[in-house]
Every structure is written in C-alpha cells, then in structure tokens.
Design a protein around this ligand. Structure first.
Ligand SMILES: Nc1ncnc2c1ncn2[C@@H]1O[C@H](COP(=O)(O)OP(=O)(O)OP(=O)(O)O)[C@@H](O)[C@H]1O
Ligand SMILES: [Mg+2]
Length: 215
C-alpha cells in the first residue's frame, strides 16, 4: 500500500485540491483509494459528502489516530491512501508525515510562498521521509520561472517534483461540483497533468521501496 501525505503550513497552497484529485486518479487507475482528512476545516470531507457514495471514500481523523487509520485501511484492502492536512505547524502534519511513504508539498511559485515552505521542510526532515515540492496554481507557460523556483527549492535542501499543476480554472469548477478534474474534463490539460503526477509518485515510491530492500 502507498501512503502519500500532502503537507504545507501555508494556507491555500493547494493541499486539498492536490489530495482529492490525486486520489481520484488513483481510484480511476484501479487502486482501492482512501482520503484521510485531518483538517478541522474539513474541506476534503465536504468534497466527499458532495460526491455522496462515489469513490474515493473520505474519512476524517484526529492527529493521534492517523497511523491507526492508515493501518486499518491497509487491513481492509486499501492500496492507496492520501492524507490531507491543515495549514500551520501542528501535530496533524507531523503525524501525517510519519505515516507516509512520500510527502508532497504543494507551493505556489511566488517568492512569498517559496519563503514560507522552509517550516514545512524542517518538519519533513525530522522524519527523514522522501519529500518533493509540487508547484501549484502558477502560470502554465513559464518554464524559466519554474526553473528558478526549483533552483531556490534545491537551495533549501529539497527537490521540486518534475510534474507541476499550473493554474487551471477546471480545478475550481470540478471541486464546486464535488468532482475531480479527470471526471469533469477528462481530456483537459489539468487531467493530463494530475495523471502524470500520479504516475510519477507511484513510480517514485516503487523505486525507493526497491532501493530500501536492496540495502
Ligand atoms: N492548480 C490549480 N489551479 C487553479 N486553482 C487552484 C489550483 N490549486 C488550487 N487551486 C485553488 O486555490 C484555492 C486553495 O486551494 P486548496 O483549498 O486546495 O488549498 P489548501 O492548501 O488545501 O488550503 P488550506 O490551507 O486552507 O487547507 C482553491 O480555490 C483551489 O480551487
Ligand atoms: Mg485544505
């Protein structure tokens, strides 16, 4: 089973958008998928309730119960778990990172947002988990800007994910309809981008697991 924690202390960086859309792609790819919402704002749970019975399932969790819920999901046959977390440094983010195989840190590619991810990077370091910054909601055509942002991220001692999720209005439209972008606009650019991020994430987890087993 793969567990991915979506963590950023910065509010509105795209955590919930990434969490629900990544989970929806996983589900469509045949994974038995669960979203664990650890945010008291309960945004992912709200999305889940708008979908009523449609997978992926969203459950909530208090921070101390996160690991237990991940173990329970595994025992019940889940193959892919995404943990959405609240902004601000708190125990939900720590417990989510602790339970994860891979940590994704969504971040807008602006100077203020980039400066703010340092706190999140320190948290991830404490647990020594593989972690990548995912650029979200920036301009779609700005290769140079993303290169510079990735360079800055590297200088903080962490890598940027090669897949980015640029600003696409379909994220807002899909969420408001309790849908994911792959359901709302299956042939759109956002669907292709989040699918590429899913493929990259699963490949990364498989590779790190193999490397660990070879040690
Ligand atoms: N790639 C994107 N393209 C367009 N809009 C986006 C994108 N990512 C996020 N958004 C929008 O940005 C806003 C904030 O996103 P979201 O709620 O996912 O952030 P968050 O990090 O979960 O916020 P919080 O810290 O409050 O939990 C939402 O309106 C969402 O639709
Ligand atoms: Mg959120």
């Amino acid at each position: 089973m793969t567990t991915i924690a979506i963590v950023s202390q910065k509010g509105g960086s795209g955590k919930t958008t990434l969490a629900v859309n990544l989970a929806a792609v996983a589900e469509a790819a045949g994974q038995v998928t669960l979203i664990i919402d650890t945010d008291p704002q309960a945004t992912a749970s709200q999305w889940g309730s708008w979908r009523s019975e449609r997978a992926p399932e969203v459950i909530d969790s208090a921070p101390p119960r996160i690991q237990h819920k991940v173990d329970q999901a595994k025992a019940q046959g889940a193959t892919f778990v995404v943990i959405d977390t609240p902004p601000h440094a708190d125990s939900a983010a720590s417990r989510a990172v602790e339970a994860a195989d891979l940590v994704l840190i969504p971040c807008r590619p602006s100077a203020f947002d980039l400066a703010a991810i340092k706190t999140t990077i320190s948290l991830v370091r404490l647990f020594d988990k593989p972690a990548f910054v995912v650029f979200t909601a920036g301009p779609p055509h700005a290769a140079r800007m993303y290169e510079e942002a990735a360079e800055l991220v590297r200088s903080f001692g962490i890598k940027a994910c090669p897949q980015i999720l640029p600003d696409r209005a379909v994220y807002r439209h899909a969420s408001a309809a309790g849908a994911s972008v792959i359901e709302f606009e299956p042939d759109g650019k956002a669907a292709a981008e989040i699918t590429a991020l899913y493929m990259w994430s699963t490949a990364h987890v498989t590779m790190s697991t193999r490397a660990l087993m070879a040690e």
